[in-house]
Ligand binder design. Structure first.
Ligand SMILES: *Cc1c(COP(=O)(O)O)cnc(C)c1O
Length: 404
């Protein structure tokens, strides 16, 4: 087991100065119950067996690592490998933590799971897990996102979830989180809030990281099969930071492996044009935890933007803030244009249509590969598949070399 993972965060949920738990008094008790239940479950052989079972026979794990030979040749530098989280059931890494969160909910005797969703990916994954384990599911989503992400809204409804629109403010992800918290408070006896990334009050950043660490542990073994050594570089996109923490977890104690978290530069450097929190943000508390956040002139969470709707969040998981501060990770940047180029390149050179979020990791890896010699390696976490994004992309960016 990893030294770092065993000892971080501390008892109060702090990763260095980031993290903690800033919640209203009536949530103290339910969150204490969640912490206790997780401490009991994480070493319980029955829980570990159940999780292994669903991962293998339902989710389709382990997901493979593919060598992207054509993309590597195209870039002309370091070898690019892909960890294929797009091949998980529901098409992204999010089921890794949703299945585990719902098992935890059952263990606590809850009958319902509540969550927010931005692009609808976390909502779909949680509705899937709830259906599998027979729990009710309530998903909060901004009115704007409900319009924009219609197919995922329909998916959630088919899966049996109840959708509650968030109608205040910008009517997107931040408002959905506010709405979900508000609804959860009076229902905390029978329901549990299932956070969708390594964010929120302790113990969620730690718990979601632990559930996602399967990506990193599988990767380490699989990469040896390909190259008989560790990767030189690991690259993942960062919204809240869960797919990145998942793959980083496998290599965190291997100091010779460079870890890159890629942030969306959107369409420019001004507030409102990007969502590059670690690059432009400052310390602050939002949604129950202390981290780095993007603030407006009044110190409120700033409006954010990215073409990838799963990565436009004005804060970032506390562990990502900590790892950057201590210099263990580095930040890479990728803007909308580079992400769309990567989206089409991966599709046309490798036959894999990536999620726009994951396309940011690919876009940065392509830039990095070009600066490195051919004997170096880059492992990219391909966090999800792009089916959800195809209409939006082709309506806004013409298909290169299209043949009709
Ligand atoms: C939700 C999502 C992300 C962003 O979330 P993280 O917690 O930063 O991983 C990235 N990629 C895909 C495909 C997603 O669905």
């Amino acid at each position: 087991m990893s030294n770092y993972l065993e000892t971080t965060p501390n008892e109060e949920g702090y990763f260095g100065k980031f993290g903690g738990s800033f919640i209203p008094p009536m949530l103290e008790e339910p969150f204490k119950d969640i912490r206790t239940a997780y401490e009991e479950l994480k070493n319980d052989p029955k829980f570990i067996e159940e999780l292994k079972y669903v991962r293998k026979y339902y989710q389709g794990r382990p997901t493979p690592i593919s060598f992207a030979k054509n993309l590597t040749d195209h870039c002309g530098g370091a070898k690019i490998y892909l960890k294929r989280e797009d091949l998980n059931h529901t098409g992204a890494h999010k089921l890794n933590h949703c299945m585990a969160e719902v098992i935890l909910a059952k263990y606590l005797g809850k009958t319902k799971v509540i969550a927010e969703t931005g692009a609808g990916q976390h909502g779909v994954a949680l509705a899937t897990a709830a259906a599998y384990f027979g729990l009710e599911c309530e998903i909060h989503m901004g009115e704007v996102d409900i319009e924009k992400e219609h197919p995922n809204v329909v998916r959630m409804k088919i899966l049996g979830a109840k959708i509650i629109p968030a109608t205040h403010g910008l009517k997107t992800l931040k408002e959905a989180v506010d709405s979900a918290f508000e609804s959860y408070i009076p229902q905390a006896d029978t329901a549990i809030y299932c956070i969708g990334s390594v964010v929120g009050p302790h113990p969620f950043p730690m718990m979601v990281r632990d559930f996602q660490s399967v990506i990193g542990f599988e990767s380490k073994e699989q990469f040896f099969e390909h190259e008989d050594k560790l990767p030189d570089n690991v690259v993942a996109c960062i919204g809240g930071g869960s797919n990145a923490m998942g793959i980083f977890a496998g290599f965190i104690d291997d100091k010779e492996v460079n870890l890159y978290g890629v942030e969306p530069m959107g369409r420019g450097e001004n507030i409102g044009e990007h969502s590059a929190t670690l690059t432009y943000g400052e310390e602050g508390v939002m949604h129950g935890f202390n981290s780095i956040m993007l603030k407006d002139e009044k110190g409120e969470p700033a409006p954010v933007y990215s073409i990838g709707s799963g990565i436009d969040y004005p804060s970032v998981g506390p562990e990502q803030a900590h790892l950057k501060e201590i210099g263990r990770t580095q930040v890479g940047l990728c803007n909308d244009e580079e992400a769309v180029d990567a989206f089409y390149k991966l599709s046309q050179l490798e036959g894999i249509i990536p999620a726009l979020e994951s396309a940011h990791a690919i876009g940065y890896a392509m830039k990095l590969a070009k600066t490195l010699p051919k004997d170096k390696t880059i492992l990219v976490n391909l966090s999800g598949r792009g089916d959800k994004d195809i209409d939006f992309v082709v309506d806004n960016y013409p298909i290169p070399n299209a043949k009709f």
